[in-house]
Design a protein around this ligand. Structure first.
Ligand code: ATP
Length: 225
């Protein structure tokens, strides 16, 4: 058992399609670890996303890129659990599993960018998410939190002001965090590849090598793959 596994320090999960993973994800991940005092942050590629088209790039390839990107950072982990389930990848199922693995007392957070929060009320059993975890919302260039509607009301009802509040209970709070803004998206990286331009320095070099080796995005004629 590694030291932090015994420590009971908080853990978190950042889900996404990671098509491909980029430095916006990675820098946010590292800052989250440090701001929240996390023992571990699971980066969890989604196999069959419920609210967007399933990417053409296979989930196993997307997970391989996550693995390559995190390299030697022991506090980040590539979590392939959604690749092992069949059917739609419901986040709540993964949270339920993580809760069972870490036990009822461990502080567990689900991290999402502002863009993901916009459609939160369309997620399967979205209001039950807080029974299993806290929610940490990270600001993202070009996106704002919803100002009205069901999600805005829910955010206000469960909001906490400080990261320390997430350490005091296992689940149930919503924290909005401002991290270093990096205007990088997977969509833009795919578009650069498809048009023959280089995405170099927007993502780790081993991930770029992998994309080139497997010709993941070059041959496509549009950006929705
Ligand atoms: P796409 O452009 O294909 O929609 P993406 O760049 O948004 O992809 P995802 O894999 O969908 O990447 O993102 C996973 C999670 O990471 C989401 O919650 C998203 O909001 C967040 N995220 C992605 N890019 C950034 C960034 N540059 N800064 C902060 N959060 C980000």
């Amino acid at each position: 058992m590694r030291p932090w596994e015994a420590s009971g320090a908080p853990v978190a999960v950042l889900g996404g399609t990671f098509n491909p993973i980029h430095n916006g994800h990675l820098r946010s991940a590292l800052e989250l670890v440090e701001h929240l005092g996390l023992a571990r942050l699971h980066l969890m590629p989604c196999a069959t996303p419920p609210h967007r088209e399933t990417p053409q790039c296979p989930a196993a390839r997307r997970a391989d890129m996550v693995e390559l990107a995190i390299g030697g950072e022991p506090r980040l982990r590539c979590d392939r659990r959604e690749l092992q389930r069949t059917g739609t990848s419901w986040t709540i199922d993964s949270l339920e599993e993580l809760r069972a693995e870490y036990g009822p007392q461990r502080s567990l957070s689900l991290v999402m960018g502002c863009d993901a929060v916009q459609g939160l009320d369309r997620w399967h059993r979205w209001q039950a998410l807080l029974e299993f975890a806290h929610i940490v919302v990270i600001a993202r260039p070009g996106w704002h939190l919803p100002a009205q509607g069901a999600v805005a009301t829910w955010l206000a009802a469960h909001g906490v002001a400080e990261p320390s509040a997430l350490q005091q209970r296992p689940a149930g709070g919503v924290l909005v965090l401002q991290l270093r803004p990096l205007a990088i998206s997977s969509t833009e990286i795919r578009a650069l590849c498809a048009s023959g331009r280089s995405p170099r320095y927007l993502l780790p070099e081993p991930v770029l090598d992998y994309i080139e080796r497997h010709q993941l995005y070059a041959a496509a004629t549009d950006t929705h793959f």
